[in-house]
Design a protein around this ligand. Structure first.
Ligand SMILES: NC(=O)c1ccc[n+]([C@@H]2O[C@H](COP(=O)([O-])OP(=O)(O)OC[C@H]3O[C@@H](n4cnc5c(N)ncnc54)[C@H](OP(=O)(O)O)[C@@H]3O)[C@@H](O)[C@H]2O)c1
Length: 311
């Protein structure tokens, strides 16, 4: 196998020991039968590791560190669909996760803790924030996932109480919970908030206006909160899914198909050839709450397979 010279900064070796063997130095990694030794040439500012193969995986250090280890996360609506996928991704990344849905009997991904709460109400938000303080001791990551609405025959057919409900579920639930939990993040000068919006906000389909108007307001609010918290170490972003295969998404599209010839009966696939999967959205959320997005705030990440092209 051809030898390769791989340049790396000294800090790459911080977790390994460097031993002197004869005239050479070796970086060792792993333990027991998995110990590997890599010849290293030291210089004041760089080291060169000589290996028998090309590529970035110079040494086998075992699994990558879990990037959210030590973080405490709250995800609303984690019993199914996108919320459950987000919970799983955050758990896999090492976070401690608390999630919620309305029914105490809701199934949630293994490893997450759960509290039943209706986040449409002020008392529900307060109960959830109290549970987060009590069980986690505060939150570092807050993902507002709950949302949705039922389509109607047209804009003027949407009853007043459904407007109220859509605003409570898609906008005010996040505003209230942020109001209760973001001050703790600000005081600790650390935190990441993600609001789940919708890729459909630039469109104005009358049967769904209460939903898109509430989500558009959520995006506007999200950018403004990001501005306010940017100087305090807290990042705020939104993720806008396109049509994603979830129980809530499918039920809404079926209902829309029954009442109109609108997008609910459109069986064409997004340009990337398939509907979204909950994990597609969860991956975007994981990126935004991780240190990899440490210079990203006030942004909206559209994850829709190209369904709603934007200028
Ligand atoms: N799926 C899509 O195609 C799509 C597209 C664009 C945007 N989105 C957005 O993505 C987010 C998730 O959508 P989804 O399709 O995954 O939804 P979903 O399948 O309907 O799941 C919603 C989750 O939220 C919980 N929930 C609903 N109302 C709640 C309340 N008042 N208080 C507490 N928990 C509540 C549900 O549990 P319970 O019902 O048991 O309470 C469930 O866990 C929403 O904000 C939605 O607007 C989805």
């Amino acid at each position: 196998m051809a030898p390769a010279a791989i340049w790396s900064l000294p800090c790459d070796f911080s977790s390994r020991s460097v031993q002197k063997v004869g005239a050479a130095h070796y970086a060792t990694s792993g333990s027991g039968s998995r110990v590997q030794r890599t010849p290293v040439i030291s210089a004041p500012h760089v080291r060169i590791a000589i290996e028998g193969n090309y590529g970035m995986a110079v040494n086998d250090n075992g699994p990558a560190p879990r990037e959210l280890a030590g973080k405490r996360a709250l995800v609303t609506g984690g019993s199914r669909g996108i919320g459950a996928a987000v919970v799983r991704r955050l758990l896999e990344a090492g976070a401690e996760v608390l999630t919620t849905a309305r029914s105490a009997a809701s199934p949630v991904p293994e490893g997450a803790s759960f509290v039943a709460a209706d986040v449409r109400t002020r008392s529900g938000a307060q109960a959830l924030a109290a549970a987060a303080e009590e069980r986690l001791g505060g939150v570092d990551v807050l993902v507002h996932n709950v949302g949705g609405a039922q389509p109607h025959g047209g804009a003027l057919a949407i009853p007043d109480e459904e407007w109220q409900d859509a605003l409570n579920l898609n906008l005010l639930a996040a505003v209230r919970l942020d109001g209760l939990l973001a001050p703790g993040m600000r005081d600790r000068r650390s935190g990441a908030i993600v609001h789940i919006s919708s890729a459909a906000t630039p469109t104005v389909a009358p049967p769904f206006l209460h939903y898109t108007a509430a989500k558009a307001a959520l995006e506007n609010y999200s950018r403004g909160l990001a501005l306010e918290l940017a100087g305090h170490g807290v990042r705020v972003n939104s993720v806008s899914p396109g049509r994603t295969a979830t129980p809530g998404g499918e039920a809404t599209r079926e209902q829309w198909a029954r009442i109109s010839e609108g997008p609910g009966v459109d069986n064409t696939r997004p340009p990337l050839g398939r509907d979204g999967r909950p994990d597609d959205i969860a991956d975007a959320v994981l990126f935004l709450v991780s240190e990899r997005a440490s210079w990203v705030t006030g942004s909206g990440l559209v994850v829709d397979g190209g369904e709603f092209p934007r200028g």
